[in-house]
Design a protein around this ligand. Structure first.
Ligand code: ADP
Length: 383
């Protein structure tokens, strides 16, 4: 079986094709074709429908005559309804489109790609895999904001959480590495990329997560502020900032970009090493906040058996990880300097804490598209 995975970002469309064998296990880990269409909505490619046609053209070249047996779509927001992958029909597409207001940059492209793929390959099953669904197990005390109930009932204002596909994928692998069953696994899992979040997992279920109503809440990110006193936003509104300006400010002009002038972790750690005070402060602010969340989530998950790091920064930035682990000292966590320096690149799971660390710290490369392909096969069922 060939499974095509489509991952629609706000201005990109990534795709990959994976082959599954008769037993429906992945034949080899690597995709047999993959690519990315960039700069969508920026003039070159009009929209995700056009991007999909480009993908179809590239697929026809790479795998002549290929029609996928199933298509898996990454969808950012599944709201309260979707607790897992959903086999797509017209009603499901409508439900996803009704969530567009909650994720205006991300859900519309996902829905467009589902419609385009359904039209291109009628009869080929399509599966939607949601970033939010792993967090549908959050207890109410973790997803509630202390706001009037009316705001939740009328507008859906609550915490949803994101990065769920990645968190579940690396969490399961970490449990395997440690020889603990997933259902008994308690851990704190940090996905650190351009967008970053941290999740507390108890018994294989998400019980706390740092992103909230939108992916803006929580950690210091590439261009997003993470936590800010909402009073500051009210103050800025009184100064005349409108919703679009605030949106740009918080989502695109904050985080590392604002503090260090750059959202590339390699450049930031290099600048800090060369004595640049802005880069140093940006790193310390980010690490301080992340360490504080990890300490809190150690409590939320009733005692973590592991801390797991993933995403572009978690997987690759030994400097960032070293700063973090030093700050986690009060939890009894001890950095293994040599193992940390070796754990560069996508080399599979690594432990970067010492043998006597109270909690092991693991670096596990994420592969959201692999996880989406597996979820797609699972949702399609035997055919
Ligand atoms: P996205 O959230 O867009 O998928 P990624 O998971 O690719 O992002 O993470 C992007 C971040 O990872 C950037 O801050 C980038 O600088 C950082 N990064 C990628 N490769 C390295 C590396 N070799 N060393 C340090 N940081 C890296």
């Amino acid at each position: 079986m060939l499974v095509l995975v489509l991952n629609a970002g706000s201005s990109t469309l990534k795709y990959s094709v994976r082959r599954f064998d008769q037993e429906r296990t992945l034949a080899g880990g690597e995709p047999i074709a993959k690519g990315v269409v960039e700069r969508i909505d920026e003039g070159e490619v009009a929209d995700h429908r056009e991007a999909f046609e480009i993908v179809r053209g590239e697929l026809a070249q790479a795998l002549p005559g290929c029609v996928p047996d199933a298509v898996g779509h990454r969808v950012v927001h599944g709201g309260e309804r979707f607790t897992g992958p959903a086999l797509v029909d017209e009603e499901v597409i409508g439900a996803i489109e009704r969530l567009n207001a909650l994720a205006p940059l991300h859900n519309p492209p996902g829905a467009l790609c589902i419609r385009a793929a359904t039209a291109a390959w009628p009869g080929v099953p399509q599966v939607a895999v949601f970033d939010t669904s792993f967090h549908r197990t959050l207890p109410e005390h973790a997803w509630r904001y202390a706001l009037p109930d009316e705001l939740y009932r009328s507008h859906g204002i609550r915490r949803y959480g994101f990065h769920g596909t990645s968190v579940q994928y690396v969490g399961r692998r970490a449990a395997q590495v440690l020889g603990i069953s997933w259902e008994e696994f308690n851990a704190v899992i940090a996905h650190l990329g351009n967008g970053s979040s941290v999740t507390a997992v108890r018994g294989g279920r998400s019980v706390d997560t740092s992103m909230g109503f939108t992916p803006l809440e929580g950690l210091v990110m590439g261009t997003r502020s993470g936590d800010v006193d909402p009073g500051a936003l009210v103050f800025l509104q009184r100064l005349g900032y409108g919703p679009d300006e605030l949106d740009d400010l918080l989502n695109r002009d904050s985080g590392f970009k604002a503090m260090a002038g750059n959202n590339d972790m390699r450049a930031i750690t290099r600048a800090a090493a060369a004595g640049n005070p802005e880069a140093e402060l940006a790193l310390e602010t980010a690490v301080h906040r992340l360490a504080r969340y990890i300490g809190g989530y150690h409590v939320s998950c009733s005692g973590a058996r592991a801390v797991v790091l993933t995403g572009g920064i978690g997987e690759n930035s030994a400097d960032f990880r070293a700063r973090l682990l030093v700050r986690l000292g009060p939890l009894g966590i001890r950095l293994d300097e040599a193992a940390n320096r070796q754990a560069a690149g996508r080399q599979g799971p690594r432990v970067i804490s010492t043998a006597d660390s109270a909690i092991p710290v693991l670096v596990i490369p994420t592969d959201e598209e692999h996880a989406i392909a597996e979820a797609t096969i699972g949702a399609v069922g035997p055919r």
